[in-house]
Design a protein around this ligand. Structure first.
Ligand code: ADP
Ligand code: MG
Length: 264
């Protein structure tokens, strides 16, 4: 397992557990046919929190992220609110609210036929109506921030996986999201590239970005996270701070999971 370098102080100063609720899930259930992938999820993520989502494969972590971003519908009766506003079913309201939620996936979903710079400017220009020159200035600042500014003119395939994933983060940030969702952003990377992506994420966390992070990088979870949400079988079984979770997991499934992931 990769050990992250950020010091414990990289955790956001605020530990904003009493801040405004940014993401709220109430009685969220999700069925795929007769299979229930999410079981009565109730979660409130306050502004500035870095919530780490852990759990074995198939426990519903990706489905949880996808419902928050409304890539998946939820069953009737549940609610998801972003910054106080319920997620609308579809239409322009959905596009606007979705812009508040940035998402970075395991596979680097860059547009293969567009340059790095175009990948980052496309959303602001098309969705937000930002002027091209302004969008490009902002994109260059973001690419600088994630350390790939010199790659701006290249096509995604010319970049390493770690660089592509950093571009994906810059692209999500270009929409000025209120919350960032990361679904195993380093799982598809060669080991030597994991750290450069985690460093960018730790920096974001340090700057106070609200984040929901699905990851198996326990070093990152401990250092950058202020909350651990442990899922199994579509349900949240444990919801606590990282120190408590890693040192004193309560649920047998959490103990079992930690035993496997920390000893392999
Ligand atoms: P995780 O990300 O924790 O590995 P997922 O959220 O991807 O888990 O999946 C949770 C469960 O839901 C799995 O059993 C998976 O097979 C099922 N599932 C996910 N997406 C679909 C889908 N589109 N159709 C049917 N079943 C799905
Ligand atoms: Mg997943």
């Amino acid at each position: 397992m990769t050990q992250s370098t950020p010091a414990p102080t990289d955790r956001t100063e605020t530990d904003a557990t009493d801040g405004r609720a940014l993401v709220e899930l109430e009685n969220v259930n999700k069925h795929f046919g007769s299979f229930q992938a999410l079981k009565d999820i109730n979660l409130t993520i306050p502004v500035g929190q870095v919530a780490i989502v852990l759990g074995p494969s198939g426990s519903g972590k990706s489905t949880l992220c996808r419902t928050i971003n409304r890539l998946e519908t939820i069953d009737d009766g549940g609610t998801i609110r972003i910054d106080g506003k319920p997620l609308p079913a579809e239409g322009k309201g959905l596009a606007t609210l979705r812009a508040d939620v940035g998402m970075v996936f395991q596979s680097f979903n860059l547009f293969a036929h567009k340059s790095v710079l175009e990948n980052v400017t496309l959303g602001p220009i098309k969705v937000k109506g930002v002027k091209k020159s302004h969008a490009e200035d902002e994109a260059m600042t973001l690419l600088e921030r994630v350390g790939v500014a010199e790659q701006a003119k290249k096509m995604p395939a010319q970049l390493s996986g770690g660089q592509q994933q950093r571009v994906a983060i810059a692209r999500a940030l270009a929409m000025k999201p209120k919350v960032m969702l990361f679904d195993e952003p380093t799982s598809a990377l060669d080991p030597e590239m994991v750290q450069e992506v985690l460093d960018v994420m730790a920096q974001l966390a340090h700057e106070g970005m609200t984040m929901v992070v699905v990851t198996h990088e326990m070093g990152f979870a401990r250092r950058a996270g202020n909350r651990v949400i442990f899922m199994d079988g579509g349900a949240v079984l444990e919801d606590t701070d990282p120190e408590t979770f890693f040192n004193h997991p309560e649920h047998p499934r959490a103990k079992d999971f930690l035993g496997k992931i920390l000893t392999h």
